[in-house]
Design a protein around this ligand. Structure first.
Ligand SMILES: [Zn+2]
Length: 307
C-alpha cells in the first residue's frame, strides 16, 4: 500500500469515527430527553376539576359557628369584602372537554371583570390586607374585592399574572407544593417569579390536594403545616393564607390551620361578610361569566345561594 492510500484510509477511518461519535451522541441525547419527558409525564396528577362541584353545606358552617361564642356575623362586626374564586383562566383547546369548558373563565372575561370592578371604584386587596382589617381593625377602602386562584395551574403564570400586572391589581394564588413542576402546573421558577410581584400573594393549599374533613389528625396536620413550611422555604416569604381543597373542612381542620401559623383561610361557602368569626373559613363567590352591570348587581346582593 502506498503512503498516499494509507493516509486516505486513515482519513476515512477518522471520518467514520467522527460520524459514529456524533451518532452515539445524538442517540444518547435523544434517550436522555425522551426519559426526562416520560418522567415528567408520569408525574401527572389527578384532575382537580371536581373541586368546582363540591359544596360545603351551610349546615356545616352552622355547626362550626355553634361551637364558638361571641357575636354573630353582622355588618357592625364584619367587613364587606367579596372574594372571587377562580380555577382555570384559559381558552380551552379541547372543544369536547365540556366540563372544563363550563368551569373555565377566559382571559378576556377576567380582564373585563377587573375593568368593571375598577370603574365601579373597587380596590383590590389580598388576604393580608383583609386579616389586618378584621383582626386589627385597620381601615379598608369603602369597596374592596379579592381575587383568588386555586391550585397553581400553569395558566396562572401564562394568563393571569400578565393581566394582574397590566391592570395593576392584586390577586392570590393557592399553591400545592407537591404539584409544582408537573404537567399543567407552574414550575417552581415561575412561582418564584410571581411571588416577587407586588400584585401577587401566595397561599397554601395542602401538600397533595387532599380532602381534609374527617381525615386522620396526623395526616391532616402534615398536609396543612408542611405546605406552609415548604412554600416559605422555597419562596423565602411568609405564607399566611390557606385554602381548603374541595372546600372541605371541620373544626379539627380549622384548629390545625391556626396552629400551623396561618392567619386566615378561604372556603367555598358563598357570602361577602368577613369577620373574626369566619377568619378561618372566609366566604367566597364564583363570579362565572358575569361582567358589567350584571356583575355589579350580583355583588350588591345580601344573600348568596350555595352553588
Ligand atoms: Zn384546589
Amino acid at each position: 500500500m502506498s503512503l498516499r492510500t494509507k493516509k486516505k484510509t486513515k482519513k476515512i477511518k477518522k471520518g467514520r469515527i467522527r460520524i459514529f461519535g456524533l451518532l452515539f451522541l445524538f442517540i444518547g441525547l435523544s434517550l436522555v430527553s425522551a426519559s426526562a419527558y416520560f418522567y415528567y409525564q408520569l408525574r401527572s396528577v389527578p384532575d382537580l376539576k371536581e373541586e368546582n362541584q363540591v359544596t360545603v353545606l351551610p349546615s356545616d358552617v352552622e355547626k362550626v359557628l355553634a361551637g364558638k361564642t361571641g357575636p354573630k356575623i353582622t355588618s357592625e362586626t364584619a367587613v364587606r369584602a367579596p372574594i372571587f374564586m377562580y380555577h382555570y383562566i384559559e381558552y380551552v383547546a379541547d372543544k369536547n372537554d365540556t366540563i372544563r369548558r363550563k368551569l373555565d373563565i377566559t382571559p378576556d372575561v377576567l380582564t373585563s371583570q377587573i375593568d368593571t370592578l375598577k370603574s365601579a371604584g373597587y380596590t383590590f386587596i389580598n388576604p393580608t390586607d383583609l386579616t389586618l382589617a378584621i383582626s386589627e381593625k385597620k381601615k379598608l377602602p369603602q369597596k374592596v374585592i379579592m381575587l383568588t386562584f386555586d391550585d397553581g395551574y400553569m395558566d396562572f403564570y401564562t394568563n393571569v399574572y400578565p393581566i394582574l400586572k397590566k391592570e395593576q391589581v392584586k390577586g392570590t394564588v393557592y399553591v400545592i407544593p407537591n404539584f409544582l413542576d408537573r404537567p399543567n402546573f407552574m414550575f417552581t421558577f415561575q412561582l418564584k417569579e410571581v411571588a416577587k410581584s407586588p400584585f401577587v400573594e401566595v397561599g397554601a393549599h395542602t401538600m397533595d390536594h387532599i380532602w381534609l374533613k374527617g381525615v386522620d389528625k396526623q395526616k391532616a396536620q402534615y398536609e396543612i403545616s408542611q405546605s406552609r413550611i415548604s412554600l416559605q422555604k422555597t419562596l423565602n416569604l411568609p405564607i399566611d393564607s390557606f385554602a381548603y381543597p374541595y372546600g372541605a373542612f371541620d373544626q379539627q381542620t380549622i384548629e390545625l390551620v391556626q396552629n400551623a401559623g396561618f392567619t386566615n383561610a378561604v372556603s367555598v361557602i358563598p357570602g361577602v361578610m368577613q369577620a373574626e368569626q369566619n377568619k378561618y373559613f372566609l366566604y367566597r363567590l364564583r363570579p362565572g361569566y358575569r361582567t358589567g352591570q350584571v356583575l355589579l348587581d350580583y355583588l350588591s346582593q345580601n344573600t348568596f345561594k350555595p352553588w
